[in-house]
Write a protein that binds this ligand. Structure first.
Ligand code: ARG
Length: 250
């Protein structure tokens, strides 16, 4: 009798240890850690409370996480460390209004695209810069590591490009006449111009590009799941309605 009792006790103990272990690995597996740079409205920025990151990317990532049964956590970091973070596994996915480029494709995999961006030029209202052709020899402010930075450095030379940690700082430098213009994606450009007097966006477009999420090349399973989820969210109109919520038609 005593033997049977201790046998049952042993089985219960083993079973509960196994259950606990099972639960904890599952918890880890079920977290989707997204990296972003939350100074890029309306794609990612802080809510009025200053604590919650909201915007198009946060909502699309949440919808994707819900579809694939994972819990979303968002980590805010410097834009130019995002790709290293996803490569090293510090984050699982990057949603950051991130442009697909051939060079970036060498280090990460991209999901299907979900939006388009246009690199535009912000100038003071009375600027003598009227089109892209006037940029030669001007001092251009950019967010470090962005496509705006890369294109301007290639086209106008590093000595003419000033890098800032985010778009808002580049725009502040423009207000202080430390740069002659800012090259940045069109949607954040609109919100920076709305928030600052005396600035305008030139009618001329510099470069058009596609936004997608980035995932480690080693995590093809996640890329497949994310793509399947994004296809569904495109097909059922979820992505369109998230975009429409943040981007008002002109
Ligand atoms: N689309 C540009 C790029 O990929 C700028 C993205 C900046 N994103 C951000 N969250 N700050 O380089």
């Amino acid at each position: 009798m005593k033997k049977i009792f201790s046998l049952i006790l042993a089985i219960i103990m083993i079973a509960s240890v196994a259950m606990l272990a099972g639960c904890s690995t599952q918890g880890g597996d079920n977290e989707l850690v997204m990296g972003t740079n939350a100074a890029f409205p309306p794609y990612e920025y802080y809510d009025e409370d200053g604590e919650t990151i909201i915007g198009i990317d946060a909502e699309i990532a949440q919808a994707v996480a819900d579809k694939i049964g994972m819990t979303l956590t968002i980590k805010d970091m410097e834009f130019d460390s995002l790709l290293t973070a996803v490569q090293s596994g510090a984050v699982d996915i990057v949603f950051a209004g991130l442009t697909v480029t051939d060079e970036r494709k060498e280090s990460v995999d991209f999901s299907i695209t979900y939006a388009t961006g246009i690199q535009v030029i912000i100038v003071p209202k009375d600027s003598d810069i009227k089109t892209v052709d006037d940029l030669d020899g001007k001092v251009i402010g950019v967010q470090a590591g962005t496509t705006g930075d890369i294109y301007c450095t290639d086209d106008y030379g590093q000595e003419n490009v000033k890098q800032y940690a985010n778009g808002a700082l580049a725009v502040a430098a423009l207000q202080n006449a430390q740069v002659d213009c800012v090259v940045i994606d069109n949607e954040p450009a609109k919100s920076f111009v709305d928030a600052n007097d005396g600035l305008k966006i030139l009618d001329t477009e510099y470069v058009t590009e596609d936004y997608a999420a980035a995932i480690s090349k080693e995590n093809t399973e996640l890329t497949e799941k994310v793509n399947a989820a994004m296809e569904e969210l495109k097909a059922d109109g979820t992505i369109d309605s998230i975009l429409a919520k943040y981007i008002k038609a002109e």
